[in-house]
Design a binder for this molecule. Structure first.
Ligand SMILES: Nc1ncnc2c1ncn2[C@@H]1O[C@H](COP(=O)(O)OP(=O)(O)OP(=O)(O)O)[C@@H](O)[C@H]1O
Ligand SMILES: [Mg+2]
Length: 589
């Protein structure tokens, strides 16, 4: 039963997770060993029962009957002990196994929380979810079978082998002459099972991804009447998954069947050779019976071990898929000695910042920016120019490839990131609300936020009146993606969420893009109020919203092409002027 060294690598790593639980694992393995050994004793007793009790005339009838009673009692006693030890190992192993899996799942979840957005966005969300749920579950099954079955059945196997050798070693060798054939079959099947196992998990992940995607874009699916198309996609994927699973079951079934045939061939061989032995008086009847019982008993461990080998093979891809994520390089490395700025002013400096999402496909090319504390900055530029990217860099979602970003004169990479981010308020381009009440959403990340603070933030973002009109006011639940609120309402809740943190830096990416002109002007004045005393970075398409900015940066082709106040930029008749004319034309029209 050969397994390559590579097969065990993920398992050795899994075993490392068992380390903290050694105090339970070791007793579990000991109980397992004892109960396995107890299982192999009864056939050995058969030899004595047959030879010394049933098939002998050497001692008196009473003596033989009392030995018989003794053996019968012994068999019961052994089974009681075996049950006790089985119970202990079952309980302890389940405990350790579940703990290990829980640890891995938590680590995986924690990792996905910290994973570079580059990697997170490159894969499908459903695929990640599948790794956290399905692959970890598969691992759980394999871990249990590897540790419990492999160890206990191997002990049983070796125990049986030992007793067989003890009774008659030549016969044992004959019986095991068949073994190499079985090994060869298992070897071939293993390689196949491993490929199939990887395929199954991959198909399952795709299935989750499709379900997740069509559910989260249910509005698009309905609006474009593509239900049938989505259903077909899901159907096709389900079929691939089904096929992969059936292929696995076929291979496994063939393997198990073959192994059983080999075992029965061994049984027949023993019957033949052993029978000859008994007839020719080289072997006692008791020995032959014990031998045959042992071969019968071997069916169980051999079958289980071959199943474990399948499980190991099928589990390897799952383990690899889990570890692949755990091994993903952290992009945003936290400093060894994080710096805390006690009273952050909010000065932002970009020093020759180069940034690309992929390789050398530069989005920012040596950007230089210097924003004073309390300054109101607006960033404009055509779509895809890199405006949101700048906001992401200020939040340190990514690190620049070259150059650096300084906050109050300190490199962003040196800062205590959690504390820093608490001092930054963000209104993203597409605000997502968390599942929970409106109050929870506004105070998200501030568990000790007072009701007054929540309400005053809501008033500032002109959403207070609307919230009070809801049946449960601030306690009204909003859906996972805030589906019960309109885009503009969601945006205003997001503004309140940013303001309530009393941030030193305020980042607003198209914060008012879904508001109508009237509400926008109301929110605008509220925001102007909110921006007082804070460094604010406003990204806007509608130039009307940034007239008040202290300075406007126009971004194009990875750099700032113009900079100044609204009037100055209009006067200079450059990029900004063109944009302005274009929008004015549209508005006038
Ligand atoms: N996660 C990502 N992975 C790869 N490329 C990205 C990613 N996010 C953005 N980009 C690319 O980087 C460029 C800048 O994107 P960014 O979102 O910063 O533009 P933007 O100026 O905010 O545009 P808009 O005005 O449309 O919001 C775009 O070409 C975009 O395709
Ligand atoms: Mg953007």
């Amino acid at each position: 039963m050969k397994l390559g060294r590579g097969d065990f690598k993920p398992y050795i790593r899994l075993l490392a997770y068992c380390k903290p639980y050694m105090s339970r694992l070791i007793p579990a393995v000991v109980c397992m060993a004892i109960s396995s050994l107890l299982a192999v004793i009864p056939p050995w007793m058969i030899k004595y029962i047959v030879d010394d009790v049933l098939d002998t005339k050497n001692s008196s009838t009473e003596a033989r009957l009392s030995i018989l009673a003794l053996f019968a009692g012994g068999v019961v006693l052994i089974s009681v002990f075996k049950a006790m030890f089985s119970y202990c190992h079952g309980y302890l192993m389940a405990w350790v196994g579940q703990k290990v899996i829980m640890d891995i799942r938590l680590e995986l979840y924690d990792k996905t929380q910290k994973l570079s957005l580059r990697i997170l966005y490159r894969r499908r969300m459903g695929e990640f979810m599948s790794r956290i749920t399905n692959d970890v579950s598969t691992l759980q099954g394999t871990l249990a079978s590897v540790v419990v079955d492999l160890i206990s059945q191997s002990i049983t196997f070796l125990g049986i082998l030992g007793f067989m050798f003890f009774i008659n070693w030549t016969l044992t060798l004959c019986a095991f002459a068949i073994l190499p054939i079985a090994t060869l079959a298992i070897d071939r099947a293993s390689a196949k099972l491993r490929v199939v196992g990887g395929h199954i998990q991959e198909q399952l992940a795709q299935l989750s991804a499709i379900a997740q995607e069509s559910l989260s874009s249910v509005r698009i699916v309905r609006a474009f009447a593509t239900e049938k198309q989505e259903y077909d996609r899901f159907d096709a994927q389900s079929r691939s998954h089904f096929k992969a699973i059936i292929r696995g079951a076929q291979t496994r079934g063939l393997l198990e069947g073959f192994v059983e045939v080999v075992l029965f061939a061994a049984l027949a061989l023993i019957l033949l050779l052993g029978g000859h032995g008994v007839v020719e008086d080289r072997l006692t009847t008791g020995e032959l019976m014990a031998f045959l019982t042992y071969i019968g008993l071997l069916v169980q461990p051999v079958r289980v071990i071959s199943r474990v080998i399948s499980a190991i093979q099928q589990g390897v891809p799952s383990a690899e898929r889990v570890f692949e994520i755990l091994d993903e390089r952290d992009e945003v490395l936290l400093p060894a000695n994080p710096i805390l700025i006690p009273d952050m002013k909010g000065k932002i400096v970009f020093e020759n910042v180069w940034f690309a999402y992929e390789g050398e496909h530069w989005i920012l090319e040596g950007l230089n920016l210097s924003i004073e504390p309390g300054e109101r900055i607006a960033i404009v530029g055509e779509t895809g120019a890199g405006k949101s990217t700048i906001a992401d860099l200020v939040l340190r979602f990514y690190d620049p490839a070259k150059g650096r970003i300084l906050i109050d004169g300190i490199d962003l990479r040196e800062l205590n990131l959690t504390e820093y981010r608490k001092r930054v308020g963000v209104v993203p381009q597409d605000p997502v609300l968390m599942k929970g009440s409106i109050a929870y959403n506004i105070s998200y990340g501030l568990p000790n936020c007072s009701v007054q603070a929540i309400k005053s933030a809501a008033r500032m973002s002109e959403i207070d009146e609307f919230i009070l009109s809801l049946p449960e006011g601030y306690d009204t639940e909003v859906g996972e993606r805030g589906v019960t609120l309109s885009g503009g309402q969601r945006q205003r809740v997001a503004i309140a969420r940013a303001i309530v943190r009393n941030p030193a830096i305020l980042l607003m990416d198209e914060a008012t893009s879904s508001l109508d002109a009237l509400v926008e002007s109301q929110v605008q004045s509220a925001m102007n109020e909110a921006m007082k005393g804070r460094t604010s970075l406003v990204i806007a398409h509608r130039l009307s919203t940034i007239r008040e900015a202290d300075r406007i940066f126009v971004i194009s082709e990875g750099n700032i092409v113009e900079e100044g106040r609204h009037e100055e930029l209009v006067m200079s008749r450059g990029h900004y002027y063109n944009l302005y004319q274009l929008q004015k034309g549209i508005t006038d029209a």
